[in-house]
Write a protein that binds this ligand. Structure first.
Ligand code: URA
Length: 242
């Protein structure tokens, strides 16, 4: 990797600022002053310092984001604000992306990373990682809905979903709204909304609380994010070994 790229990626400054630092002889590579921005570095072995301070290279970033409604789970969008717009400039340098889509109006747990392999482990239906949501649903739900969801539901396009675990948290109130908890292991387009539509229910509020063992941090204000803890990271990496 080029020295100027490493320094810029680690937030030392823009490429232009990095070039100025190099010119000012402030950058050392394994103890030797380097002025050439294109110098090749091995981030695993070489020691890079700026003003004598070591620069620790980090390739991947793993963030837990509490997605608010109204932003889209994409990296760029012509019309809407994206979840990436909620990140600091420093974190955006890692070119992270959201793992698994949440609809624009859905809120809750979203993992944001630049680790494509991990994203695959968490979202591949083959891996059977359960995703738990809580929802408010309007309408008369069938008496045997728990059983129906356990057997899988045929969606409007004919696709039969994998089994879903459904719990009724509070039955229909006077406005016709029930509160439910649902666990699914796939992520088809609008899956939960379409599963309820298939039984004449309308999801009016949806929030993801859990993906595998990753639980939305109850202390994390909506619209904000934090790095994964060591324990959360250890869980993520354990998925790879499965
Ligand atoms: N199912 C949906 O319908 N929407 C989401 O955002 C996530 C799951």
């Amino acid at each position: 990797m080029r020295l100027d790229k490493l320094l810029a990626n680690m937030g030392v400054g823009s490429r232009k600022e990095v070039r100025q630092l190099l010119k000012a002889k402030k950058v050392t590579l394994n103890g030797k002053i380097i002025k050439d921005a294109s110098e090749k570095v091995n981030p695993d072995k070489d020691k890079v310092c700026v003003d004598g301070e070591p620069i620790i290279y980090q390739e991947f970033i793993y963030l837990m984001l509490h997605k608010p409604p109204g932003v889209v789970s994409a990296t760029v969008d012509a019309k809407d604000k994206t979840v990436i717009d909620l990140l600091s400039e420093q974190d955006r340098r890692f070119q992270p992306f959201p793992v698994g889509r949440l609809d624009k109006d859905t809120e809750g747990l979203l993992l944001v990373t630049n680790d494509g392999d991990l994203a695959h482990q968490l979202t591949s239906p083959k891996k059977d990682v359960p995703k738990m949501y809580r929802a408010k649903v309007k309408g008369d739900l069938p008496y045997d809905i728990v059983q129906q969801f356990a057997e899988g539901i045929t969606l409007d396009d004919g696709y039969h979903t994998k089994p879903a675990k459904l719990k009724i948290l509070s039955p229909k109130d006077e406005s016709g709204i029930s509160e439910i908890e649902i666990e699914i292991t796939e992520g088809k387009f609008h899956q939960i909304k379409r599963m309820f539509e298939a039984v004449n229910g309308k999801v009016i509020y949806l929030k993801r609380h859990r993906m595998g063992n990753l639980e939305l941090d109850s202390q994390l204000p909506i619209g904000t994010y934090r790095p994964l803890t060591e324990e959360e990271l250890a869980y993520c990496f354990s998925l790879r070994a499965r």
